[in-house]
Ligand binder design. Structure first.
Ligand code: NDP
Length: 246
């Protein structure tokens, strides 16, 4: 295809927050981007319209990442629209905080389904279908190191994401594909802000030596580095992007 873009990226959970910022950043960097979402169709279509307006190339792809067949369809859509896939950004995630003593089965099951099984589903598909020379970036969390009370299940899913990152980097030997994770600290999105008082948000914002919350664009910059030419020699690493909180 003569007008095929040079590189094609899939971003999961791209309808808002960090995933939306990553999508805009990669589109601005010249990637054709497949913008995945689960339920927020209006937000996803609005973001896609904004990217096209700015001269970028994108399509939306609805899929619950916890459903393996639906994940295969994201890759199908990318291949038929843009000819292949070079970059996977595994960003879709959910957070349900509760002390282990109080956590219900639904909190456990939903976080395992989206954060762990969802990441596994996309990694398996990418391992089979990414073009040589590609890049994979998984979203972990600095909570895999901070390990605060009430974050037990969430941190466990992100520790598992980091384990998958290290193993897949080794398994893709010979294909010139890097696999890394970015582990944000507190970042101003719905996932972080929902259910927290203003006082708590202010206190958490001051924990990092840089004394502010991360913005989605701060995380997108770290992902763009790993997905772009300057990240070529970084492989099997977890990059904590958190203002120095840990
Ligand atoms: P948001 O809640 O703001 O956005 C989450 C995105 O994921 C939405 O676009 C949502 O789309 C999508 N999503 C949720 N479930 C699914 C699913 N089953 N399949 C496909 N998409 C889904 O979260 P953030 O932007 O804050 O978080 C992005 C990532 O960064 C997550 O992995 C999170 O764990 C990680 N992170 C965030 C931190 C923070 O402080 N914000 C800190 C550390 C890590 P829809 O509405 O369509 O379902």
């Amino acid at each position: 295809m003569s007008n095929a873009p040079k590189k094609v990226a899939i971003v999961t959970g791209a309808s808002r927050g960090i995933g939306a910022a990553i999508t805009e950043r990669l589109a601005g960097d010249g990637f054709a981007v497949v913008l995945n979402y689960a339920g927020s169709a209006a937000e996803a279509e609005a973001l896609a319209g904004k990217i096209v307006q700015a001269g970028g190339r994108t399509i939306t792809a609805q899929a619950d990442v916890s459903d393996a067949a639906a994940v295969a369809r994201i890759f199908d859509a990318a291949e038929s629209a843009f000819g292949g896939v070079d970059v996977l950004v595994n960003n879709a995630g959910v957070m349900r905080l509760a002390a282990i003593a109080d956590a219900d089965d639904a909190a456990f099951d939903s976080q395992i389904a989206v954060n762990l099984k969802g990441t596994f589903n996309t990694l398996r598909e990418a391992a089979r279908r990414l073009r040589n020379g590609g890049r994979i970036v998984n979203l972990s969390s600095s909570q895999s190191g901070i390990l605060s009370p009430t974050y037990g299940i969430y941190a466990a899913t992100k520790a598992a994401v980091e384990a998958l990152t290290h193993v897949l980097a080794k398994e893709l030997r010979g294909r010139n594909i890097t696999v890394n994770a970015v582990a944000p600290g507190p970042t101003a999105t719905k996932l972080f802000l929902d259910g927290k008082s203003r006082e708590l948000v202010d206190r958490l914002a001051k924990l990092a030596p840089l004394e502010r919350l991360g913005q989605p664009e701060d995380i997108a910059a770290a992902v763009a580095f790993l997905a772009g030419p300057d990240g070529r020699w970084i492989n099997g690493q977890v990059l904590r992007a958190n203002g120095g909180i840990i």
